[in-house]
Design a protein around this ligand. Structure first.
Ligand code: TRP
Length: 337
């Protein structure tokens, strides 16, 4: 137990998870469950979700359960991974306050991830961003360090946040003495996946996502609308699968057939409609076990509640212990026995 490494990661519950999340990080989290040298934690980051959804608490609350269902349906196993709720760990807010002295405003404003997000959220923030949103990297540093998370499995977009956490840890340790562990990001081998519309990224805000919970009809409808080679008008025109999103997705979901599919496309021997139908069928089949598992849990709300409660309880104990160490280092250990 002593020399086990901890991993900590999480998601903002602002919507259901899609196949981009699956290839980007969920798959590697499931795989990590086979490694007994790691103690795993996954956090539903509802406090962080509120930083840009403070005006929509019901949305965050509903999505806590959607994300929990997504986790369980892809095979994150509560026996092997502790799943917990951020808002139920008050130590995280407490640590955030102490860490906020260790980072400058200029440094937060320079964080590339935060910068991009602020630009995307002009509707919400106008010309002036909230203190809470600008500071969310500090709160994320609290999340990671509270659990002594040495490994942080995340997508590429999160790297600047992990770097910022490392800086806070070094600063803390240099001022108050060696207390916190420096985390490392663990990137999954799969890069981010493109949208069916040809966008470089699949995202819920981009409207091009296939959700893990989509029905068969929804999947078919989305695939039928996918972008294909624009130069190909008639069925027997020679196609170019390199610029076709359907071919790209066949590469993800029809691995054994993709070579033949591309060959037929180049030779003008394969119509786009049939090609899309075949893809829809393969995606539907690939996601079937996920949909079925989701249904199982959806029908058992008391089990969901128990999983979240038990995981949160376990997480609370660990965060308390870190808090004790931090307060001791900061000479804030008043009234201790
Ligand atoms: N920022 C992450 C996201 O938007 C969610 C998150 C919150 C997180 N706290 C974390 C990820 C700690 C890794 C570690 O998806």
């Amino acid at each position: 137990m002593q020399n086990k490494k901890r991993s900590l990661t999480g998601d903002r519950p602002t919507g259901r998870l899609h196949i981009g999340h699956y290839f980007g990080s969920l798959q590697s989290r499931v795989k990590m469950q086979e490694d007994d040298s790691i103690e795993r934690f996954v956090m539903i980051a509802d406090v962080q979700a509120l930083t840009d959804n403070f005006n929509n608490p019901q949305k965050v609350r509903d999505n806590v359960y959607q994300v929990l269902l997504d986790y369980l349906s892809v095979g994150i196993d509560p026996e092997k991974t502790t799943i917990f709720l951020q808002s139920m760990i008050p130590e995280l807010a407490e640590l955030t306050v102490y860490y906020s002295n260790l980072v400058t405003l200029a440094r937060l404003e320079r964080n590339p991830t935060v910068k991009t997000e602020i630009a995307q959220k002009k509707d919400l923030f106008g010309e002036s961003v909230t203190y809470g949103f600008l500071g969310y990297p500090v709160s994320q540093a609290a999340d990671i360090t509270a659990f002594e998370g040495e490994l942080v499995p995340v997508g590429e977009d999160q790297l600047p946040l992990i770097e910022q956490c490392r800086e806070i840890v070094r600063k803390f340790n240099s001022i108050y003495g060696e207390t916190l562990k420096e985390p490392k990001a663990v990137l999954s081998s799969n890069k981010r996946i493109k949208g069916l519309d040809g966008n470089e990224k699949m995202g819920k805000s981009l409207g091009n996502a296939i959700y893990l919970s989509d029905s068969e009809e929804e999947i078919t409808k989305k695939v039928m609308g996918a972008v294909t080679d624009p130069g190909r008008i008639r069925k027997d025109d020679l196609g170019n699968p390199d610029v076709c999103m359907v071919a790209y997705y066949h590469g993800l979901f029809s691995k054994d057939e993709v070579e033949k599919i591309c060959e037929e496309c180049r030779a003008g021997k394969r119509g786009c409609v049939d090609c899309k139908k075949q893809l829809a069928k393969n995606i539907i089949e690939a996601l079937r076990p996920i949909r079925e598992k989701r249904k199982y849990y959806e029908e058992r709300p008391e089990l969901l509640e128990k999983i979240l409660k038990d995981g949160t309880k376990k997480a609370q104990e660990i965060a308390k212990e870190t808090m004790r160490k931090v307060k001791e280092s900061m000479k804030l250990n008043y009234f201790d026995e």
